[in-house]
Design a protein around this ligand. Sequence first.
Ligand SMILES: C[S@@+](CC[C@H](N)C(=O)[O-])C[C@H]1O[C@@H](n2cnc3c(N)ncnc32)[C@H](O)[C@@H]1O
Length: 278
Amino acid sequence: MDGTQAPADSTPGPSPARSAAWDPARYLRFAGERARPFADLMSRIDAELPRAVVDLGCGEGALTASLARRWPDARVTGVDSSATMLAAAATHAVPGRLDFVAGDLRDWAPDGPVDVVVSNAVLHWVPGHEEMLSRWAGWLPPGGWVAVQVPGNFRAPTHALLAGLCQSPRWAAALADAAPRPDAVAEPAAYLDVLTSAGLTADVWETTYLHVLTGPDPVLAWVRGTVLRPVLALLDEDDAAELTASFGAALRGAYPVRADGTTLLPFRRIFAVGTRSS
Ligand SMILES: C[S@@+](CC[C@H](N)C(=O)[O-])C[C@H]1O[C@@H](n2cnc3c(N)ncnc32)[C@H](O)[C@@H]1O
C-alpha cells in the first residue's frame, strides 16, 4: 500500500474529479492483513501501566480502540487529519478514556508527557518524518515507549509500476509530481539512528508478509485504498478509468493469479520501537 504525500480530505490543484479523502470502508477491506503488523509492533512494547497513550495517524480508530482495551487505565488519544477517518473513529470513542482529535502530525503536540506513542502505517505520508519521530521521542518520560511501523515496499511493483505510469509521456503533465517516491521511507538503520540519537534504547526490524489475496484484481483493490487514491484524485473520471485499466493490467502481470485462484502480495514492512530507560 501506501503513497507519497500527506493526504488531506481536499486536494489542492485544478478541479479534481474525485475527492482525495480517505475511504474507511475501502481501507478496511484488508483489515485483517493490516492488523497483523500492528499486532507485531505492539508485541514489542513492554509498558505495564501507561497513563497517557497517543496513536498518531489513528485512521478509522479500530486499532486505537485495541490500545484502550490493552491498557484500560490509560487515557488513549487518536490524532488524525482526515475528516472521513475521524468520523469513522468516532464510533469507537469513550469520552475521557478513548478520544479522537483532529490534528496534523507535523505540528501536533500533547499537553503533557506521553507514556506510549504509537504510529502505524503513517510516517511514509510525511516527507522528512525522521525529524518528527525524534520530536515524539522527546515527549517520553523515563519508562516511556515510541513504536512506529512503515511500509518498506516503495520499490515493489505496486509502487514502481505506478510511478512509471505517472512519469510516462501519457501522464507526466498531470501526474509526474504525484508519482510514489522510492525514498518515502528510510532504511531500518536510519530509524535506529534517530531513536538512539534521541537517547532511547532501540529495537528495529523488518518483515516481509506474504499476503494471500483472492478475487478479481485483488492487488489493484488493495492499492486503491492507499497509494492509488491521491493519484486518481488528480484526474477526471475518464482519465482515472484509463489509468486504472493500464495499472490493473500491469499489476496482473506482476502479481499473477495462481492455479488455486489466489494472488500473492509480498509486503515488506519496517518496525522501530524505542524506550527511555527508567
Ligand atoms: C494508512 S492510514 C493508517 C491508519 C491507522 N494508523 C492504521 O494502522 O489503520 C494513514 C493515516 O494517517 C493519516 N495521516 C497522514 N498524514 C497525516 C498528517 N500529516 N497528520 C495527521 N494524520 C495524517 C491519514 O489521514 C490516515 O488516516
